[in-house]
Design a protein around this ligand. Sequence first.
Ligand code: CA
Length: 254
Amino acid sequence: MSAVITREGGERSRATVLVVEDEAHIAAGLKLNLELDGYRVVLARSLREAAAQLLEAAPIDLILLDVMLPDGESYGFCKQLRDSGQYLPVIMLTARSAAEERVRGLDSGADDYMPKPFVLSELLARVRSALRRSGWRQQDAPADETNRGKLRFGSAEIDFDTHSVTAAGKPVRMTQLELDLLYYFSQNAGRVLSRDELLERVWKLRNAPNTRSVDNFIARLRRYFEPLPDKPVHFVSHRGAGYKFLPAGDPGKA
Ligand code: CA
C-alpha cells in the first residue's frame, strides 16, 4: 500500500475523518488540508455533535479529537467508544504537553497524540499512518461494494453503482449512507432487521447508544419511496423488533 490512502474510485474509496474541534480556525484549517489530501471531512464542535456525526456521517474511519471541548473533556468520550467496541483510530489534539496528559489520552483509548500547536505535515503523516495500521476499512468493505447492480420495487428504480435513483419517474438524491441502508435492506428483503443489526452492518457501529438515528433514516426512505409515507408498505415496522423491507409491498395493507 502506498503512503497515500487510495483516492481513485470515487467518493466511496475516500476515508472519512471526523474532526472534533471547537476552535473554528483550527477546524477550518484541518478540514481544508485533509480535503486537499483526499479525505472526506466532517466537523463537530462538541462531544454532543461528535456523537451525532458518528451516526449521521457513518462510516467514520478516523477521529481527530480535541481534548478540551465546550461540553467537557474528551477522555470519557474516547473511553466510551472503546468500551462499546469501536476500534477506529483516534488521534487526540491537545494544548497540553504534560506527560501525564498524554498518558491519560492513551489510557482512554486514543491511538496517538498531537500537542498543539502542531506541524500540519506531521499531523497528516500521523493520519495516514493510523489509517494504514487500522487496515483502513479492509475488513469493512464488502467485495460487492462497486458491483451492487440495480434494484426495482414499487415505482422505484435504483442503480447502486451509478447512484441513479428515481421514484415514480422523478430523480431522488440520496446520500451514500441512505444508499448503503437501502442496499442492506434489499439484500435481506423479508427479514426483520433490528436497529442494532442495522447500526452494526450499515453504520459499522457496535452497541451504539442512540438507535433513534435508524428511525430517522427509515423515515427518509419512506419519504422517498412510499406512496403514503405514513402508511408504509415497503419499509414496515415491527414493534420492538425492527424493520422489514418488502419489495412487493405489504399484502396485508394492499
Ligand atoms: Ca478546545
